[in-house]
Design a protein around this ligand. Structure first.
Ligand SMILES: [Zn+2]
Ligand SMILES: [Zn+2]
Length: 299
């Protein structure tokens, strides 16, 4: 290991100890599910969960390598980001197949890069919210999806899938709101005591629905992908209920929407979450054994 690598590693562990105090806030009831081994191409299978919130500019894309080797990809950024951002990371990690791909909603900053991913990597199963948009980005996605041979499901609230000890559960999905953001598939991904919450672009309406439909303990998460790129259109009770140790904001530097909005930054600062912005730090990384978390986000 080079000196530089050792210093980087030391920094990660320093960050981890800083994070530990935040983690104590949400370490609560664990979730134990009998392991059901899955076979998968790629992935590291080292007993750890690796999450990468990929810097796709203004958009979302998160890659999860699960402890049993399964691979989950949630969204794929705008057109071009599949080739330029998502696939290079998958190649570097030696990932040649995706077990589950989730498209949270059909906006181009979420679906745009997924056709490029599907053109290069086999996808076993896709979860969609069932909405289609008449846009070039969605048309490209739909064509590649139809050609992919993947099983396509439109899951309902409460649907869950276990990959070994990791459980992915749908917390909200399409209810026909006029604003497509509020029809995002919102899901939790839980490994033992560590939960990631992935609400897509859910705004105040869908966040309210989640708060109404679920016990607060089921929304509590170590890591929150902050809804809608840190938009000001949020329910103040949402951050206060999720109480993340880490608030990941996926957005592009100098984006046209002014994301993240100050109101959102203030809300996560108020609950002492470490704020991890892809526009400032590039890819945001988490590794966990289901109890402790290593990250490159010191907050
Ligand atoms: Zn978006
Ligand atoms: Zn959207």
């Amino acid at each position: 290991m080079t000196d530089e690598a050792m210093r980087a590693r030391a920094r990660v562990f320093e960050d981890l100890s800083v994070a530990a105090s935040a983690l104590a806030l949400w370490l609560a009831a664990g979730c134990t599910i009998d392991a059901s081994p899955e076979v998968s191409d790629g992935g590291v299978s080292d007993g750890l969960l690796h999450a990468t919130f990929i810097d796709v500019g203004q958009g979302d894309s998160a890659l999860f390598e699960l402890p049993d080797g399964s691979i989950v990809l949630v969204d794929g950024g705008e057109e071009g980001q599949g080739l330029n951002a998502v696939l290079p990371i998958m190649e570097e990690k030696g990932i040649s197949a995706i077990d589950l791909m989730i498209l949270t909603h059909p906006h181009s900053d979420h679906c745009g890069g997924l056709d490029e991913v599907m053109a290069h990597v086999e996808v076993a199963e896709i979860w969609e919210n069932g909405e289609a948009l008449d846009t070039p980005a969605y048309a490209g996605y739909g064509a590649e999806r139809n050609a992919s041979g993947a099983e396509v499901l439109h899951p309902s609230v409460g649907d869950a899938r276990a990959f070994g000890e990791v459980v992915i559960e749908v917390l909200a999905t399409n209810t026909g709101y006029p604003q497509a953001n509020n029809d995002s598939i919102a899901s939790s991904l839980t490994y033992r005591d560590v939960r990631f919450l992935l609400p897509g672009d859910a705004e105040v309406e869908e966040q309210g629905d989640m708060l109404d439909a679920h016990d607060p303990a089921d929304l509590r998460a170590a890591v929150l992908k902050v809804p809608h790129h840190g938009s000001s259109d949020f329910d103040p009770a949402f951050p206060e209920t999720v109480m993340p140790g880490f608030a990941v904001i996926s957005c592009g530097l100098g984006n046209d929407y002014g994301h993240p909005h100050q109101e959102s930054l203030d809300a996560y600062a108020a609950i002492d979450a470490a704020i991890c912005r892809t526009d400032q730090m590039g890819d945001v990384l988490f590794t966990t054994d289901g109890a402790e978390i290593e990250t490159n986000c010191g907050g």
